[in-house]
Every structure is written in C-alpha cells, then in structure tokens.
Design a protein around this ligand. Structure first.
Ligand code: HEC
Ligand code: HEC
Ligand code: HEC
Ligand code: HEC
Ligand code: HEC
Length: 456
C-alpha cells in the first residue's frame, strides 16, 4: 500500500516544521508560481513528486491521517489486532455499534455488515479495499472512481480519453480496477499539472453537471469550460462527495441529477428509472441507500446561497512562511478561527456553539425519524408474517422506500445538518410523515386530505 501511514505522519509533522523554516526563502523566490510540475508531458499521480515543487502543500496533504474527534464528526482511531485479510491495525469506529438501528434500516444490504465513521483522505484507498462490505458483496471497479487517484488510470485504459477509461474501469471487477491505482486522491485529480488550475477530472461529475444544468435550461454545460473559479472550489469536492448509483449492466457511475439536486428530485429520478439498491430483508420493500450527498445538501443551504465554497471552510487559507490554501482537509470545527472567523467576526467558541446547536437539533430529529421508520418496518414485517399479500403491502412498502431514503439522506450527509440546517429539518419532517402514512396504510385508516406543499 502506498497510502500514508500513521508513523509517516508523525515524521511529516516534524519535517513540516523543518520545512517551514528552511523553505521560507524558496517559497518567496517563486515556489508558489504555477510552473510545470515535471517536464510538461510527464504527468504523475505520485504526490511525493509534486511535493518536491510544493513541499508545504504536500506536508499539509499528508496530515489527513489525523485522528481528531469532534462532537458529530472528525475521526477517531480504533485499535484492532492486524488481521491477515486486513493489514490495518487502526480502523475508524463502527457506526453500526454506535447505533444498532442502522442494521435494521439496512437489513439485507452490505452496509448492515460494516459501516464506519469516515476519516481523512489518506485512508480512502485502504478503507475501501478492506471494508467487510467487500466480503459480503461483489463490488465493481466503479467503486475506485472516488477512492483513488484515478486520472492517469483513465488515460491509460482509454488511450488518452478519460471517458473511455472511465467506461473501462466501471466494467472491471473491483480487484482488477484496484491494480490500476496506487494512491488516494492526489494533486493531479484536482489540479492541471501544467497550469496548477483547478479542474474536474471525474467523468461522472462532468456528466452529472451537464444533466443538472440541462434541467435548469442550460444546454451543453461543460464544467471545465464554463464554471467560475468560485464554483470550482466546490466542484472539485463534488466529484466524490455526492449521491450516486451504478447504472445498468455497465455499472456506469451516475449522479442522479437530471431533475435537480434536491432529495425530492433524486427520488423522482430513481422512481422513474425503476431503480432499487436492494429488497429489504424484513419488510420486502424495494429500498435505496443514500450516500454522502454533501455537495447536494450544501447547495440548498445559506452558505452556498451566499457564494461560500467547500474550500472556504475545509481548506481555508493559512499563514506561515507564505499564505497558502491548507491542504489538510478536515472538519472546520477543529480550526474554527482559521475557518469560520475569516468571515464571522464572532468569538470562535461562540461559532462552534452555533454549529453544534444546529447539529444537536438535527441529531434529535434524525433519531425521531429513525424510530418512526423502525416502527413502520416492524409493522410491515408483522403484516407480512400474518399472511397479508404483496398487493396489500405495496403502498406501505413504497412509503418505507420514501421515508428511508429521506432519513438516510440526512444520516449519510456528513455535516449533521450544518451544511443546510432548514433543508435537513424539512427532509426529516417529510421522512416522519412518510412513516406515518405507511403505518396508516397498514391500519386501513385514511389520512386527512394531505397538505400540498407550497413550491419554493
Ligand atoms: C460554511 C462552512 C462549510 C462549508 C462551506 C462546507 N462545509 Fe462541510 N462541514 C462544515 C462543518 C461545520 C461540518 C461539521 C464538522 C464536524 O461535525 O466536525 C462539516 C462537515 C463536513 C464533512 C464531514 C467531516 C467530518 O469530519 O466528519 C464533510 C465530508 C464535508 N463537510 C464536506 C463538505 C463539502 C464537500 C462541501 C462543499 C460541497 C462542504 N463541506 C462545505 C462546514 C462547511
Ligand atoms: C461517488 C463517489 C464514491 C463512490 C463511487 C464510492 N464511494 Fe466510498 N466514499 C465516498 C465518500 C465521499 C466517502 C466519505 C464519506 C462517507 O463515508 O460518508 C466514502 C466512504 C467510504 C468508506 C468509509 C466509510 C464506510 O462507509 O465504512 C468505505 C469503506 C467506502 N466508501 C467503500 C466504498 C465501496 C465498497 C464502494 C463501491 C460500492 C464505494 N465506496 C464507492 C465516495 C464514494
Ligand atoms: C476522489 C474523491 C474525493 C475528492 C475529490 C474529495 N474527497 Fe473528501 N473524502 C473522500 C473519501 C472517500 C473520504 C473518506 C475516506 C475514508 O474514510 O477512508 C473523504 C473524507 C473527507 C472528509 C472527512 C475527514 C475526516 O477526518 O473525517 C472531509 C472533511 C472531506 N473529505 C472533505 C473534502 C473536500 C472539502 C474536498 C474538496 C476540496 C474533498 N473532500 C474532495 C473522497 C473525496
Ligand atoms: C481535493 C482537491 C485537491 C487536491 C487533491 C490537491 N489540491 Fe491543491 N488546491 C486545491 C484547491 C481547492 C486550491 C485553491 C485553488 C483556488 O482557490 O483557486 C488549491 C491550491 C493549490 C496551490 C496554489 C496555491 C495555494 O496555496 O492556493 C498549489 C501550489 C497546490 N494546491 C498544490 C497541491 C499539491 C502539491 C497537491 C498534492 C500534494 C494538491 N495541491 C492536491 C485542491 C486540491
Ligand atoms: C467565506 C465566508 C464564510 C465562512 C468561511 C463561513 N461563513 Fe457562515 N455565513 C456566511 C454568510 C455570508 C452567511 C449568510 C449571512 C446572511 O446573509 O445572513 C453565513 C451564515 C451563517 C450562519 C447562519 C445560518 C442560517 O441558517 O441562516 C451560521 C450558523 C454560520 N454562518 C456559521 C458558520 C460556521 C460555524 C463557519 C465555520 C465552520 C462559517 N459559518 C464559515 C459566510 C461565511
């Protein structure tokens, strides 16, 4: 494995201190100027090579091995004895142990077997390679798109055409695709090697944005041609921090955005194409798993509305020998002064408290929605066990599909409501209402005339 190890990180920190002193001169003598990383034609996915030109950026990038917990996020190491099939001795803590209701919500799907708190970018390739989800399901090469530096693999497999290479990787079994890559997300996945400009390297995002913009009346949108620099500061993250599914036999990585970016639009899309992720083991409902929709949720929030980007909070500028973009991507609540205080001139502790207030309210509503969903699952199961027919259960099962996708959309979104507080609360309210309708459908009691929401 060429991923950064914990020991290397400590070394990196020591090195970083040394570097800050010793490269100060270099930095001011033009280290930050956009010059080719190597001889222009010779691109590399090895961040250490880029690190020779940009040692400060590389040192910060290596720090994503950090293990620092916040109330609802961050990372925490759990020490385990190294297993033969999993050379990691330290893994992230299990979310299933934290909240066993998740196992019921995902019963029959690989997530009910292993699901952990996410951690820093340095771990992405190992965590995917060794998750127990690999053991209970045959995972496709498609998984690799968001867990590795894959730009050069696309080019190699597609004879220079990243879209062709993308098609080739999606069709491979995971183990074969895994052999084509050797680093977690690297410099080349976000930067053009010769100009250092931000660029989107993921065909799934390029296609997804084209479909989304078309739904907004903008034809033939090309993210690398048409996006502003400010937009790019969120789009490079949106390459991976999004809801997705594997489309058809070719397992093409697809972002379901052709009707819009809201949860309602995505459910409508999945209903239209008739997609289900699996059939729920206890209730028999055809259900969906939402996955890390940070980009979509954030897009509905007050910060996106105000033109703030992911990078403003997660990679804020830092001062040192030179003012640079902090490549130690992590929770902003571990660096409130650097992150929030650039815009909010309020005491850092107060800013942290504002964020945690939003998160605790979301967490409590999430728990109510989860309880409601479990009641529905239990009741559908009981009705099924007592011999009620599929036709009689169809409506309740469809309400489970809805309630579960809405709840999971907030559950899987990693800011615990912060990225879009009111939208998160709305979604959880809808989820509880779907569970209520499901229960009423089973009992045969008709709900009062449903409220038709005002469009906004
Ligand atoms: C206004 C600041 C802000 C912006 C902009 C922002 N975030 Fe966040 N993000 C946060 C906060 C605060 C948290 C909660 C962190 C925690 O609980 O420790 C968070 C959490 C996260 C997490 C989970 C981090 C963890 O440690 O568990 C991810 C992943 C994430 N954001 C990605 C994104 C992406 C992608 C974007 C852009 C589409 C974005 N964020 C935009 C402030 C921001
Ligand atoms: C669209 C991009 C994308 C694809 C495709 C993708 N992932 Fe991820 N994955 C992420 C992001 C972003 C995170 C971190 C946020 C989170 O955990 O919610 C993550 C986290 C993880 C984690 C760590 C947390 C956990 O869930 O235990 C594992 C393991 C994982 N993915 C495995 C997989 C597997 C297996 C596949 C293929 C079935 C896959 N990923 C496909 C983007 C992706
Ligand atoms: C190539 C796909 C990819 C890209 C691009 C990407 N991420 Fe991630 N990110 C991931 C995956 C996968 C994980 C989870 C890794 C794990 O758990 O092993 C993750 C984890 C994180 C975390 C959690 C860190 C922690 O300590 O818990 C944050 C915060 C985050 N990403 C923010 C961002 C931001 C901001 C950007 C854009 C500047 C970005 N990511 C770009 C795939 C990506
Ligand atoms: C997940 C995406 C991502 C990855 C991976 C990444 N960068 Fe960046 N990088 C950014 C963003 C975002 C900026 C800010 C650009 C802007 O505002 O226009 C940036 C800016 C820079 C700059 C310009 C100076 C500055 O500090 O703003 C340099 C140099 C740089 N990165 C080097 C690197 C190197 C070297 C690596 C690999 C070790 C790397 N980057 C990996 C996203 C990334
Ligand atoms: C790049 C500037 C910028 C950064 C960085 C930033 N914010 Fe904001 N924030 C804004 C703007 C602008 C608004 C909207 C103000 C308005 O128009 O009323 C806002 C609004 C808010 C709100 C009110 C949300 C609501 O529901 O109306 C909270 C809470 C908040 N920010 C917290 C944070 C926290 C916590 C951080 C750090 C993790 C942060 N912000 C980082 C610019 C920023």
């Amino acid at each position: 494995m060429k991923t950064v190890s914990l020991t290397k990180s400590k070394t990196a920190k020591l090195l970083a201190v040394g570097f800050f002193a010793s490269i100060a001169l270099l930095a001011f003598s033009g280290d930050l100027l956009p010059r080719p990383v190597e001889a222009q034609t010779n691109e590399t996915d090895d961040p250490a090579v880029w690190g020779k030109r940009f040692p400060m950026h590389y040192a910060d990038y290596q720090k994503t091995v950090d293990q620092a917990r916040t109330r609802y996020g961050g990372s925490e190491a759990v020490q385990v004895a190294p297993k033969e099939s999993d050379p990691r001795s330290v893994v992230a803590q299990s979310r299933l142990d934290e909240d066993p209701r998740l196992k019921i919500m995902w019963d029959g799907y690989a997530f009910a077997v292993d699901f952990r708190e996410e951690r820093g970018h340095a771990f992405m390739l190992d965590d995917q390679t060794y998750t127990d989800r690999q053991k209970v399901a045959k995972q496709p090469g498609t998984c690799i798109n968001c867990h590795a530096s894959v730009y050069l693999a696309y080019k190699k497999l597609g004879d220079g055409d990243i879209f062709k290479g993308f098609d080739a990787i999606n069709k491979m079994p995971y183990a074969d695709a895994r052999k084509e890559v050797s680093h977690p997300v690297s410099c080349i996945d976000c930067h053009d090697a010769s100009t250092m400009k931000l660029r989107v390297s993921r065909p799934a995002f390029i296609n997804g944005m084209k479909a989304y913009k078309a739904s907004q009346g903008i034809a033939d949108y090309d993210v690398n041609r048409d996006a502003s620099r400010a937009e790019m500061r969120s789009y490079v993250c949106g390459q991976c921090h999004v809801e997705y599914y594997f489309k058809g036999e070719s397992k093409t990585l697809t972002y379901p955005w052709s009707r819009g970016l809201k949860v309602d639009n995505m459910l409508a899309y999945y209903d239209e194409v008739g997609h289900k992720d699996w059939t729920h083991k206890q209730s028999g409902a055809n259900v969906l798993k939402a996955q890390h929709p940070e980009f979509e949720m954030f897009s509905q929030g007050p910060h996106a509305r105000a033109g703030v980007s992911c990078v403003d909070c997660h990679m804020p500028k830092k001062t040192g020998p030179a003012k640079i973009t902090d490549h130690h991507v992590r929770s902003p609540l571990l660096m409130v002064e650097q992150s929030c205080n650039t815009c909010h001139k309020v005491d850092a502790a107060e800013m942290k408290d504002r964020a945690e207030t939003i998160q605790t309210r979301t967490f409590n509503a999430r728990n109510l929605a989860m309880d409601a969903l479990l009641d529905l699952i239990n009741q559908i199961k009981a009705a099924k066990d007592s011999g009620r027919s599929d036709a009689e259960l169809a409506e309740a099962r469809d309400f489970q599909r809805k309630a579960q996708f809405y709840l999971d959309f907030v559950e899987a979104e990693n800011s615990m409501g912060f990225h879009a507080p009111q939208e998160s609360a709305r979604i959880l309210g809808e989820s509880m209402n779907f569970s209520r309708f499901g229960l009423m459908s089973l009992s045969g009691v008709k709900p009062v005339k449903p409220f038709a929401p005002v469009k906004k």
